[in-house]
Write a protein that binds this ligand. Sequence first.
Ligand code: NAY
Length: 289
Amino acid sequence: MKGVFTALINSFDEKGNINEQGLREIVRYNIDVSQVDGLYVNGSTGENFMLSPEEKKKVFEIVKDEAGEEVELIAQVGALNIFEAKELAAYATDLGYGALSAVTPFYYKFDFEEIKDYYNSILEDVDNQMLIYSIPALTGVNMDLKQFGELFENEKITGVKFTAPDFFLLERLRHAYPEKLIFSGFDEMLLPASVLGIDGAIGSTFNVNGRKAKDILKAVHSGDLNEARKLQKESNDLITAILGNGLYQTIKEVLKDKGVDAGYCRQPMKKPNDEQVSGAKEISRTFLN
Ligand code: NAY
């Protein structure tokens, strides 16, 4: 479980139903063209929190069927309904997912004891490893070094997907828990995170820019920081353009420009307007040739 993992985008048809063929094509593009080391399935980028439990299972199934053993697979199973989270954890484990991940419980202001209980409960009946999915900007849940340490006391919790621009905490975590896996979650900050010794990265833009992300990690590991800076600058030009044109819509439209049936987002996310469609085509041709 190391390297560059794509936070897999999902494909829906115009009515919002899962587009199985499109999802398969997205998986293939990530493996064959973006050449990532693994896929993070049913995360934020997969529009997970707008899916029913049955749809989440269907996505786990399709992705596993298409990817087989070609790349590592992480199943994001976090849900406010603890029974659902446990069921999804068992389901993905039976399918052969190499790791689970669960977003910190959100919306209600759960205290830390409740958060700890959530992770321990998800894991109690399942034989798999878990990466905590920490994304304070979207969940409002900020955990400190000591709290991560308490969660890590459960041996099945083998690491964290760290989606926060907090390099102080990232360094402290790396230093305090050298045996735990740390995946950084902001693609635009891959270089500074990798200098601090992360094990890998999980990101949305790797759907289309996975190879360059791998090259950034390679450059850092070989000590070529000038090359790493150049590649991060190029990636950030792309990421700036994607964010300015609408994140998920643009990734899908870029994939379509590459011949992948990436479909649409699910309501309440909007369909892209004409300007976004042409903007995405330009991004595809300017930055991703
Ligand atoms: C997920 O579960 O899909 C992720 O967390 C992916 C991580 C992304 N974070 C968010 C908030 O979307 O890849 C990043 C992000 O899209 C990228 O860095 C651009 O800001």
